[in-house]
Structures are given as structure tokens and as C-alpha cells.
Write a protein that binds this ligand. Structure first.
Ligand code: AMP
Ligand code: ZN
Length: 461
């Protein structure tokens, strides 16, 4: 098997992936802040890192991978939402946490092995802050604890920014109690009535960046293999995570590979709540099968931008029609045990090149359609399913995909007969007959879609 290579943001190039321990491959991905519905841009990292976790499990074994994706359940935005709605913080975060799990679950995203919640790790965060203070990397000021960026020589290495750039870009908050404008908050005082925890630094709550450092340390160790998230997290979030973890761990590397997905865009703009151009996963999943949304998110390479359009979804649905159409035709074929085909696996191993892998999936689909002998059919169908499983597609019931499960068997047989008659007429270029049959199908409320692998049909409505 070819080796897995991954583009590492820290190195700025693709590197062969070598885990610290192949029996315990570790990945941490920054998860959602749960105060609202997630949009389809937020689903991109969930799907991309779900695919990567499947690939890692394929290579190292299902039980050899530990994938942690956190839940941020304490944050200014959550507190604001609580004030606005009058609902308790717990109520909001458990409600939207559950919605998030269901929404990305509908896109075929498996639960991570560990889903740490920030509020369950306040003790670990306080402990980490104390270590940073004790080693001269953090200081207390006016109820805050701040990380001193000048205490960490390599600060800015991931994002390749100098402190001056950061300050000039006004990306850092200037505050009178900071020794250096680039210093960031590890602990901040809680206003009366706001959620807070007692600590040696006063009643307060942790800074967002600290959560991931404390939770990854606890669940994955001081140094782990892969850290992922969206490209907007490189600075300041991941830069600050690195500073905290490296300094709390006596200079040890935090993660050996840093992976970042590109933005999902509407036109040229990033989809984001602040721009107000969002489409919620929750709404899209009512209109489209989750598999269409998942597939659409994988049509671009994960590091490239992905333009989200209605046309993309329609096209994706037709692609899945082709795959499920062939699977339907082969529904009586018993599958054999096979390896994931090389033409599909190779692009996946090449920094998760999903567009290339999906085009290989089509090649496999076309071959499955052409297979003639029972052995060839069994082999081809098995290959299609094995490739599909690795990327989390084409595992459903073809009848269900086309909405045929509730159909009366005799009606179904009749429709299948008409489809066949139409195909024959078309093959013989008898267009009049073909149109006649199409009208008959129309009268039965059947929509026929012609594709390179033949025609598929579904009931309308
Ligand atoms: P947020 O709730 O904004 O912290 O985002 C949660 C995750 O979604 C982070 O990993 C972000 O980087 C990612 N994300 C947010 N917006 C987009 C977008 N338009 N395209 C891709 N990823 C995004
Ligand atoms: Zn994080």
C-alpha cells in the first residue's frame, strides 16, 4: 500500500504520515461552539475529518485510532444567547449540542471516539494555567491571567506572522493590563451573575484557546499525531494552543501534523454567521438526502475553497443516482470480500484527494455496470461498496434511495417493465414508441433519469 501523505500547515508541504504509535493514532479536531444551529460551512471540517478518521482506521485498524472532537460549551456567545433567550446555559448547550450531533450525523459523520466538553475540564485548565504561571509564561493582571507571547520564542510559527503584523492587523485586542498587546487571555473574571468557577486567580472562566490545550493533553497526551480544524483557526486559535501546550510541556511539540480545511463560500464570500449568508445544515437536510450534502462537501479538495450552489447539489444527486442505479441493477448479486481498489485508495492516500477518489468511484461504477459474468459482477459490486465505505457513501439501500420501498411489488414490476421497454425502443431508435412509454410512465408519476449507466427512476412527490 502506498503511504499516506498529509499537507502539514506547519511545514507548508506534504509529508509522509508517521504516527508516534501505530497502535494508538491520535487526532484532535476543534469542534463547534454550541449556541445556535450549525451551517453547512461548519459541516465541512466535520465531514473532512470524518473521512480522514475512516482512512486512518482503514490503515491502522478500527480500534487503533483515537479521534477527539470537542464541544465548546462556555463562551461569550453562549452567555449572550442565554441572556437573550432567558434559557440556562446548560439548556442551550445541551440542546444545540444534540442538534449538531444529529445534523452532522445525517451527513454520515460518525461520532468521534471522545467528545470532551470544556465545562468538564475546568480543573485541568486551572492546572495548566498554574503551570504556565509557575514557569514564567503567564501572569495575572486585574483578575485576568494572560499568556506572555514574548516568553515563547516560536510564537507565530504556524501562521508565519510576526507580532508586529498581528498588532498592525488589529487582530489582537489591546487592553491596558496587557504587558504586550499580543498577550492573550487564559482566564478572565466572570461578571456577577455570569457563569464562573472559583480558582486561585479569582472567580472566572477560561479563555477559548486554553480549552483545546487542556482537553487534548488529557485525552491524547502531551504530543499527539494530528490536529485539525478550519483555516480560520490557524490564527489566533491554533497559534495560541501551540504556545500554551508547548510551554506547559517543557518545549514538547503539541501535534506532529496540522491540517486545515479551506472555506466553503457563497460566491466569493466565506459562509459565516457574521456575513449572514449561511445555509443551515438543519434546513438543507430537510430538502436533500444527507448523502448528497456529504458528497457535495467532498467534491473539492479539502484545502481548496468550495463554492456552494444549488446546481452543485442537483449535480451531486445525479451522481448518486448513477451509483445507486448500478447498485440497484446488481441488487441480487452476492458480494465477495475484496480490498479497496487501488485506483480509489491511491488518491485518498495522497493528502485526501477526494475529487480524484470520487472520479475513481465513477470508473468503478461504470465497470460494475459493464460486468457480465456472475463472478465479475460480484467482484465489481464488492469493489464499489468497499470504496464507498471508506469515504462514507453508497452504503444505503438502493430502493430506499429511489424511494421505492413503499411501492407495491406489482406496480414496481410494471414500472420496471415499462423502463425496459423504453430502453429497448431507444436502443432501436424508435423514438415514437420511446415517447409513448415515457408518457405512460409519466401517468404513473414516475420520473425517469437517463445516465451513462442506463436509466434510473423514482416516484415523484
Ligand atoms: P465556528 O463555529 O465558527 O467556530 O466554526 C466551527 C468550525 O467550522 C471551525 O473549524 C471553522 O474553521 C469551520 N468553519 C466555519 N466557517 C466555515 C466555512 N465557511 N467553510 C469551512 N469551514 C468553516
Ligand atoms: Zn481548538
Amino acid at each position: 500500500m502506498t503511504m499516506l501523505t498529509l499537507y502539514d500547515t506547519m511545514a507548508r508541504h506534504k509529508r509522509p504520515f508517521e504516527p508516534i504509535d501505530p497502535d494508538r493514532v491520535t487526532m484532535y479536531v476543534c469542534g463547534p461552539t454550541v449556541y445556535n444551529y450549525a451551517h453547512i460551512g461548519n459541516a465541512r471540517p466535520a465531514v473532512v475529518f470524518d473521512v480522514l478518521s475512516r482512512l486512518l482506521r482503514h490503515i491502522y485498524g478500527a480500534d487503533k485510532v483515537i479521534y477527539a472532537r470537542n464541544i465548546t460549551d462556555v463562551d461569550d456567545k453562549i452567555i449572550d444567547a442565554s441572556k437573550q433567550t432567558g434559557k440556562s446555559i446548560d439548556e442551550i448547550t445541551s440542546h444545540f449540542g444534540e442538534i449538531y450531533r444529529q445534523d452532522v450525523g445525517a451527513l454520515g459523520v460518525a461520532m468521534p471516539d471522545i467528545e470532551p466538553h470544556a465545562t468538564d475540564h475546568i480543573g485541568e485548565m486551572i492546572d495548566m494555567i498554574q503551570r504556565l504561571i509557575d514557569t514564567g509564561h503567564a501572569y495575572e493582571a486585574e483578575g485576568h491571567v494572560l499568556f506572555s507571547v514574548s516568553s515563547y520564542e516560536k510564537y507565530g510559527k504556524l501562521s508565519r506572522r510576526s507580532l508586529d503584523d498581528m498588532i498592525a492587523g488589529a487582530r489582537v485586542e489591546v487592553a491596558p493590563y496587557k504587558k504586550d498587546p499580543g498577550d492573550f487571555v487564559l482566564w478572565k473574571p466572570a461578571a456577577d451573575g455570569d457563569p464562573g468557577w472559583e480558582s486561585p486567580f479569582g472567580r472566572g472562566r477560561p479563555g477559548w484557546h486554553l480549552e483545546c490545550s487542556a482537553m487534548s493533553e488529557k485525552h491524547l497526551g502531551e504530543t499527539f499525531d494530528i490536529h485539525g480544524g478550519g483555516a480560520d483557526l490557524v490564527f489566533p486559535h491554533h497559534e495560541n494552543e501551540i504556545a500554551q501546550s508547548v510551554c506547559a510541556h517543557g518545549g514538547k511539540t503539541m501535534a506532529n501534523y496540522w491540517l486545515h480545511n479551506g472555506f466553503l463560500t457563497m460566491g466569493t464570500d466565506k459562509m459565516s454567521k457574521s456575513l449572514g449568508n449561511v445555509q443551515l445544515i438543519h434546513d438543507l437536510a430537510k430538502e436533500w438526502p444527507g448523502e448528497v450534502l456529504r458528497y457535495a462537501l467532498l467534491t473539492a479538495h479539502y484545502r481548496a475553497p468550495l463554492t456552494w450552489t444549488a446546481d452543485l447539489l442537483a449535480k451531486t444527486r445525479r451522481s448518486l443516482d448513477r451509483i445507486y442505479g448500478v447498485l440497484r441493477r446488481l441488487s441480487d448479486v452476492e458480494v465477495a470480500e475484496v480490498d479497496v481498489p487501488e485506483i480509489f485508495l491511491a488518491p485518498m492516500l495522497d493528502d485526501l484527494n477526494t475529487p480524484k477518489a470520487l472520479s475513481a468511484l465513477f470508473q468503478i461504477t461504470a465497470e460494475a455496470n459493464k460486468a457480465e459474468t456472475p463472478e465479475a459482477k460480484a467482484q465489481a459490486k464488492a469493489q464499489l461498496l468497499a470504496a464507498g465505505k471508506l469515504i462514507g457513501l453508497a452504503q444505503g439501500d438502493p430502493d430506499e434511495w429511489f424511494g421505492l420501498t413503499d411501492l407495491d411489488p406489482s406496480e414496481r414490476e410494471k414500472i420496471d417493465g415499462l423502463i425496459e421497454a423504453r430502453n429497448r425502443a431507444r436502443a432501436e431508435k424508435d423514438w415514437t414508441l420511446a415517447d409513448q412509454v415515457r408518457d405512460e410512465l409519466n401517468a404513473l408519476n414516475v420520473q425517469v433519469d437517463d445516465g451513462p449507466e442506463g436509466s434510473t427512476w423514482r416516484k415523484r412527490g
